[in-house]
Design a binder for this molecule. Structure first.
Ligand code: GUN
Ligand code: ZN
Length: 445
């Protein structure tokens, strides 16, 4: 009861404050607000106002203030492509995609036939997200419906805004991991009815990729997308050259990979395609025409040797991009590391992505990609108060370097490159402190 009273009161969080209002690629410096001494007014878990501290404290002299000294307050980070069942195979040794799936991902996912295992890993996964400042995500479960139940239950316990779905796969996978077109449809329907729009939860129809779904199963996924007009579509697209060849053989009727999905009604503004590395011009045009979104997953693309995502092409075609850790193909839960590798990926292509764009992708851009930008992603009035507090105190080299920077772009790049989970001092969910790192544990031999 005391807790409810406290959260119903107004409160101000004071510190440096950065949030995005639009895409810096199209809106330049008008795309964000940065207040070196800022303040965030919150009531009942929602943002009322973000402003320079001087103004807000003058207008609201009686509201209690939590002062985050030497800290930067940002919206919670959004991971637009991640597999919770692959938490414990992160950083598996050296195979490209199709071998990696057979050797590591599929065996790990078989263990999710057991409910206790689903529950245990869901809890560890969410702990990892929060430790790294990720407050929302679009998450692959496994083929087992109970893997979705356990994930959503755990997300609900933490009051997180999350999207997830049962993986659909009826061919080219171990029999223990296969469903059918009919059971995929029935199970997904039941899960949608049970979880979609329950509090902060959202369902995503989740065919794994075109190589593990028959045409009949993709058609069933398309039917679900028609019947439920606000669920998401989550899948992989054009990640690896051997995958592309196998998809051509399995779906010879389609002119290209994007058309395999498009023919079944799976390419729309609610679609999130992970990777999208080896796309033809026609495919870019189709994604743009249908307003589909892409999860750029550089840490995974480097680990699996999949290729260099063409962010310049995405920008030229006006296709919205956000960031994904793609755990366990990706090598870190931290979106700071994903930002760093995205920056390097562009450099390797001879391109350049501004740090403001990268942080936009990790916050409001991620929320936009998941159709969640009316609820989260920045600090405009009425938004849900999911935010993180960054403080470099525990990273002395970063602290020293930050003292030298002259521009916000320099600061944002530095925080991503030299930062890690030690930078995440606090995570607030709907205005409530959810996570603060424990005191350092003694190292025992
Ligand atoms: N393509 C199909 N399944 C997967 C997966 O689990 N991880 C990655 N990175 N790519 C995929
Ligand atoms: Zn993936």
């Amino acid at each position: 009861m005391a807790k409810m009273t406290a959260s119903a009161q107004k409160i101000i969080h004071r510190g440096a404050l950065l949030h995005f209002l639009a895409d810096p690629q199209t809106h330049g410096t008008a795309a964000y607000e940065y207040f070196p001494d800022g303040a965030l007014l919150i009531e009942q878990g929602r943002i009322l106002r973000a402003a320079p501290a001087e103004l807000l404290l003058r207008d609201m002299p009686d509201v209690p203030v939590i002062h985050h000294e030497n800290s930067l307050i940002l919206p919670g980070l959004v991971d637009t492509h991640v597999h919770y069942p692959q938490t414990d195979i992160i950083a598996s040794y050296g195979e490209s995609l199709l071998d990696w799936l057979n050797d590591y991902a599929f065996p790990a996912e078989m263990a999710f036939a057991e409910r206790d295992h689903c529950q245990r890993i869901a809890e560890r996964f969410i702990e990892q997200l929060l430790q790294n400042g990720t407050t929302s995500a679009l998450v692959f479960a496994t083929v087992h419906p109970q893997s979705v139940d356990c994930f959503f239950q755990t997300a609900q316990q933490h009051n997180l805004r999350m999207a997830c779905g049962k993986t659909l796969m009826d061919c080219n996978a171990p029999p223990a991991l296969c469903d059918t077109a009919a059971s995929a449809y029935d199970d997904s329907r039941r899960l949608i009815e049970k979880w979609h729009r329950q509090g902060r939860l959202c369902y995503a129809v989740t065919p794994r990729f075109a190589l593990t779904s028959s045409a009949a199963q993709l058609a069933a996924a398309g039917r679900l997308m028609q019947e439920y007009d606000d669920v998401l579509l989550h899948t992989h697209l054009s990640e690896n050259l051997n995958e592309l060849e196998a998809v051509r053989r399995l779906h010879p009727q389609a002119a290209n990979y994007v058309e395999v999905y498009h023919q079944h009604g799976l390419v729309c503004e609610r679609s999130l395609f992970a990777h999208s590395i080896h796309l033809s011009d026609e495919e870019w045009q189709r994604l743009a025409q249908q307003q589909a979104r892409i999860a750029f997953c550089p840490t995974s693309n480097f680990m699996l040797g999949s290729g260099l995502f063409n962010s310049r092409c995405a920008q030229q075609h006006g296709v919205a991009v956000a960031l994904g850790s793609d755990i366990g193909g990706g090598s870190s839960f931290s979106l700071l590391k994903v930002i760093e590798e995205a920056y390097k990926c562009a450099r390797l292509r001879g391109d350049f992505i501004r740090p403001t764009t990268l942080w936009y992708w990790a916050t409001l851009g991620g929320a936009h990609a998941l159709q969640m930008d009316s609820a989260i992603g920045n600090f405009t009035a009425e938004k849900e108060a999911d935010f993180i507090v960054l403080n470099a105190e525990k990273i002395p080299l970063l602290k020293r370097r930050l003292a030298q920077v002259k521009t916000l772009e320099e600061q944002l790049l530095l925080m991503a490159v030299l930062g890690d989970e030690r930078l995440i001092q606090q995570v607030y969910i709907m205005g409530q402190a959810q996570y603060a790192p424990c005191a350092a544990l003694p190292i025992t031999p």
